[in-house]
Design a binder for this molecule. Sequence first.
Ligand code: ZN
Length: 272
Amino acid sequence: MDRPEVDLDDLYRDVVMDHYRSPRGRQELDRADLSNSGQNPLCGDEVHLDVKLDGGKVAKVRADSHGCAISVASGSMMAELLEGRTETEARQLAEAFRLMMHGQPLPPNIDLGDLKALEGVKKFPVRIKCALLPWTTLTDALDAHEHGQAPAVPTTTEGSADPIAPPGEPMPTKEQVMDALRAVEDPEIALNIVDLGLIYGIEFDESERLVKVKMTLTTPYCPYGPELVAQAKGAITSLDGVKFADVQLVWEPLWDPKTMAADHVKDRLGLW
Ligand code: ZN
């Protein structure tokens, strides 16, 4: 597969595809001071990160990524951008990139370099995780590294503030959940479960960060039922601000494509 799955602007697509086809930072390192692996189960993306530090700065990065064009390109861009930066600067870059992917203003004096080419991905909530995967893998590694170096017994309890919990991200909207669920296709007819009209209801429980979905299947005998439910759960929990997904299969009312499916689905199924 040679194209990213989302429609990026032409100029930016070239930058992304260049990183995807010739990823930087694939060379084995002679020493790794930080190592971590990350996965994005929805898309099947995987990254293994090795970072060599020298005098408090990043000397070399190995980003061994497998997965979609967006995650591989993001890892390659990271390998290029991090060299020569301090740990603090690496965190600032990661945070700025996260902000950009969530459509928020960037802090001043931050140059995201080639990462700017991934900005168009923010229109596709399911893909944001692909773009951020190498960076969350990096910040987790930096956190572990920092804690490893922290004194085992704090000298005082009063002076050492508890780490501040990150502010809770807002839960996604119904539309964002629907967008995420569009990634799930009924394999028998190769159409997504949203356009088929299989989603009957979406509810949010803010306190539990839980999204509850009621869905049906094209037939109660659908052999892919359990797999579709698992995929739907994966799609929902991949969204920022969601911890749990509860997907319930219901059969009331029975699915009727004539009234429930989107128009292009009816076209496809010859149901006019
Ligand atoms: Zn991906």
